[in-house]
Design a protein around this ligand. Structure first.
Ligand SMILES: [Mg+2]
Length: 312
C-alpha cells in the first residue's frame, strides 16, 4: 500500500477538523479558541527504548499519546490537537497501521483531541519511531516548575513505582502482576488534576524519569532543596509486596504529577483529592539550599539510591 492510500485509509479519519483538509494539503491551518493560550509539547516513542521490542501497535499508540498528555497535564492544559510523525521499517504489515490508527481513535475520543497533520517515512531495518506534537489549551497561567517556595509541602498523585516494577516484570526480573504491567503500558495522564491546581500549586511537573530525579529537576528550577520522607511515598498494594526501593525511587514512566503547595493549602488539596477520587499524598517539604535528601521514619538520612533512568 502506498503512502497516500495508507494516509487516506488509516489517518484521514482521525482528522475531522476542517483546517486539516483531510490531510491532503501541504499544511494544516489552526486558530486557537478566543481566550486560550496554546501549550505545545512533543515527545517520541521508539521501539525497544520507550516500549518493548515486542510492543503491540495498541501499546505503542497508548504510550505515545499518554507521554505527551502527561506533559500537558503538568502545565495545567487540556488536550486539543496533535500532529504525528511516524517512521517505520520497509515492509511493515498494513495490519500494524490498522491497529495503530484504531488505538489512536480510542485515545482521541477518550482525551478529546484530533489529528491535524504529520508525516510518515520508512527505511530498511528501521525501528518503529513515532513523534507526537500535542497542542493543548490553557485558560490562565501555566503551572511551572520554578515556583516552589521554602516551607512548601511536596505532593504526588496516585502511587509511585508501579510502572518501573511492571517493566521489571515484563523483563522477567520480578514475578508478574497484571496490575503493575498495566501501569507500565497504560499510564494515566493527570489532566483533571493539572487543570485543578491553578491557584493552589506553586510548582508542578510530571514524573517521567523517576521520583528522585524529577524532584531534583523541580528543585533546580525553583532554586530550592527538598526532604522526601521515604515511608510517606504512596505505594500500591502490589508494590508493597514487591518492595524494591531502587526501582520505586528511580524508575521512570509513572506519569503521576509531582507538585508543591503552601501548608495553608492542605485542606483544599484534601478536598481536591476527594472530588477527583485521586490519591494526593504529602511526601516531603521544600527546604533552603539545593539538596534533595531522603529520610526514614525517624528522620534519619538514607543513602540516595544510585542514579535513575534518564530518557535520552
Ligand atoms: Mg514532563
Amino acid at each position: 500500500m502506498g503512502e497516500r492510500t495508507r494516509i487516506a485509509r488509516y489517518f484521514a479519519p482521525l482528522a475531522p477538523d476542517a483546517g486539516s483538509f483531510s490531510l491532503t494539503d501541504d499544511a494544516a491551518v489552526l486558530a486557537a479558541p478566543a481566550g486560550f493560550s496554546l501549550v505545545i509539547t512533543t515527545d517520541s516513542v521508539i521501539e525497544s527504548v520507550h516500549v518493548l521490542a515486542a510492543a503491540t501497535p495498541q501499546q505503542f499508540a497508548t504510550k505515545l499519546v499518554r507521554r505527551n498528555l502527561s506533559d500537558l497535564a503538568a502545565m495545567g492544559a487540556q488536550p486539543w490537537r496533535y500532529t504525528l510523525n511516524l517512521h517505520t521499517p520497509h515492509g511493515i504489515a498494513d495490519e500494524w497501521f490498522a491497529k495503530f490508527s484504531a488505538a489512536l481513535v480510542a485515545e482521541q475520543s477518550q482525551f478529546g483531541m484530533v489529528l491535524i497533520g504529520g508525516d510518515s517515512t520508512s527505511a530498511p531495518h528501521a525501528a518503529i519511531h513515532a513523534t507526537m506534537t500535542c497542542f493543548g489549551l490553557l485558560d490562565g497561567a501555566p503551572l511551572r516548575r520554578n515556583g516552589a517556595q521554602v516551607g512548601d509541602d511536596i505532593y504526588v498523585s496516585g502511587t509511585i513505582g508501579d510502572a518501573a516494577l511492571g517493566l521489571l516484570m515484563l523483563q522477567q526480573k520480578l514475578p508478574s502482576d497484571p496490575a503493575l504491567i498495566a501501569r507500565y503500558h497504560t499510564p494515566q495522564p493527570r489532566l483533571a488534576l493539572g487543570s485543578s491546581l491553578h491557584g493552589i500549586a506553586t510548582s508542578a511537573m510530571d514524573i517521567s524519569d523517576g521520583l528522585l530525579a524529577d524532584t531534583a529537576q523541580l528543585c533546580s528550577a525553583s532554586d530550592v532543596g527538598a526532604i522526601i520522607h521515604r515511608d510517606a511515598i504512596p505505594l500500591s498494594p502490589a508494590a508493597q509486596q514487591a518492595v524494591a526501593w531502587q526501582a520505586i525511587l528511580n524508575g521512570g514512566d509513572d506519569y503521576e504529577l509531582l507538585f508543591t503547595a503552601p501548608t495553608s493549602a492542605r485542606d483544599t488539596i484534601a478536598e481536591l483529592a476527594a472530588s477527583l477520587a485521586l490519591q494526593l499524598t504529602r511526601i516531603g517539604e521544600i527546604t533552603a539550599g539545593n539538596e534533595v535528601v531522603l529520610v526514614d521514619e525517624n528522620n534519619v538520612r538514607l543513602p540516595m539510591p544510585s542514579a535513575g533512568f534518564t530518557h535520552d
